[in-house]
Design a binder for this molecule. Structure first.
Ligand SMILES: Cc1cc2nc3c(=O)[nH]c(=O)nc-3n(C[C@H](O)[C@H](O)[C@H](O)COP(=O)(O)OP(=O)(O)OC[C@H]3O[C@@H](n4cnc5c(N)ncnc54)[C@H](O)[C@@H]3O)c2cc1C
Length: 397
């Protein structure tokens, strides 16, 4: 097996980003992953949270503002190349409409979700789909009215003829509409919306970039705005596909169903990793390794009962809050973070893992994404931002 310049372990948002950035710098990149990561569940928007007044151990302190900005620009570039235009920047806050009709502010958002112009619209149509799970046009309109009390709202429902005896998801509808948009466009045309209006729909305009949206939007004068939805989420899947397109075009070797079981190390260097499949183990040699295995959800961090959590591949030390009282905050939606969500690996400024005294354990291993510890990324609304920015930095070092 040839030695890779970079092996990326994990094909979630952070792994895809790290592999893309490394490939853009002419590195020979191999991605080893299993499962799908959390991107197919996610909204597709990237939250950066705040980069100000951060504690010393915060991942952004290690990553730095420059890498955050470069990461945002890189994502805007590769999504544009995949005809999935995004807009925004690290410091922007662009509103998107959630499936329940609240506004959520994000740094980088798909153009199809940009709700910035809602305030200038005359009338807002909210379009539901017969049989679509977890999307209630009337409830959405009622909640959105609270932000725009002076607007006229109209709700309606469209039948995609997809029911076949079961409820459908946004993913079912998006798959149906990929390359088959015209009947839906005809239904929207019947609303007779003007160019001063907006039409809010669930995120169902295709799964491959904005091709389906382009077809529909060119026929409708009103701005079409997609909402977020419950998983599986077409906008997250579109972003995943945009990355995959870039990786394929860049010649990155991508191995799915490849679980890395351990690293091969020599002093402070990682020289390769071992993948286990049903019949044998295989060694992948590397000059540098990026660990993008995610947190508890994806198995990048593991824990049995309430003992010390572990990182299963390199046996890296894992930070976690001690004492049951610091582990969780019983007020789920209070103004305080959850202790357990701060669990993860701590690093130096090069994103190399460190021990409790700050000593670097491996100087060609970089930890990126959801497995970074020290902060509750959900509470801070920085999960996507930390994933892409740490991945960017890990890839350029
Ligand atoms: C429902 C939901 C909604 C979200 N919405 C938003 C949002 O609106 N904005 C935002 O900014 N963020 C959001 N996020 C968070 C964001 O999507 C995640 O922070 C981000 O996707 C984490 O990416 P990651 O690559 O670090 O980890 P993951 O996505 O968990 O990927 C890790 C990958 O590594 C693989 N892996 C693990 N162990 C191994 C191994 N031993 N060998 C090989 N592969 C391995 C896993 O199988 C997985 O594929 C959301 C997340 C969820 C779940």
């Amino acid at each position: 097996m040839k030695t890779s310049d970079v092996i990326v372990i994990g094909g979630g948002l952070a792994g895809l980003m790290a592999a893309s950035v490394a490939a853009s710098r002419k590195q020979k990149v191999t991605v080893l992953t299993y499962g799908s990561g959390s991107l197919p569940l996610a909204s597709g928007a990237i939250d950066f949270g705040s980069l100000e007044n951060l504690p010393a151990h915060h991942p952004y302190k290690k990553i730095g503002l420059k890498a955050c900005e470069a990461a945002a620009k890189f994502l805007l570039d590769i999504t544009a190349q995949a005809n999935l235009p995004y807009l925004g920047s690290v410091s922007k806050k662009i509103p998107i409409v959630t499936a329940v009709g609240t506004l959520k502010y994000s740094a980088l958002v798909p153009e199809s979700m940009n709700a910035n112009n809602l305030a200038n619209k005359k009338k807002i149509f909210v379009v539901g789909i017969n049989g679509l799970k977890d999307f209630y046009a009337a409830m959405l309109a009622d909640n959105l009215k609270k932000y725009f009390p002076d607007k006229t709202f109209e709700t309606t429902k469209i039948d995609l003829h997809l029911l076949g005896g079961r409820d459908i998801t946004c993913m079912d509808a998006a798959q149906l509409l990929t390359d088959n948009e015209q009947p839906f466009a005809n239904e929207l045309k019947a609303l007779k919306a003007s160019k001063d209006d907006a039409i809010i729909i669930p995120p169902i305009l295709g799964v491959a970039g904005d091709f389906s949206r382009d077809v529909v939007q060119t026929q409708i004068r009103a701005q079409i705005i997609e909402t977020t939805c419950l998983p599986p989420s077409p906008p997250g899947i579109r972003l995943q596909r945009a990355f995959m397109k870039y990786l394929q075009a860049s010649g990155v070797r991508f191995f799915e169903n490849s679980k890395v079981v351990r690293g091969i190390t020599d002093g402070k260097k990682v020289t390769g990793v071992v993948v286990e499949n049903a019949v044998r183990e295989k060694v992948f040699p590397a000059r540098k390794v990026i660990l993008a295995t995610g947190g508890f959800y994806s198995g990048g961090i593991q824990m049995r009962d309430f003992d010390q959590p572990r990182e299963p591949i390199f046996d890296l030390p894992v930070f976690f809050p001690t004492g049951a009282e610091n582990w969780s905050n019983i007020q789920l939606f209070s103004d305080k973070p959850q202790g357990f969500a701060t669990t993860g690996i701590l690093t130096n400024d090069n994103l190399n893992p460190v021990d409790a005294d700050g000593n670097v354990l491996f100087d060609n291993l970089h930890v990126v994404g959801a497995n970074l510890g020290g902060v509750d990324k959900i509470f801070e609304r920085s999960a996507g931002g930390i994933s892409i920015a740490s991945a960017y930095k890990g890839a350029i070092l």
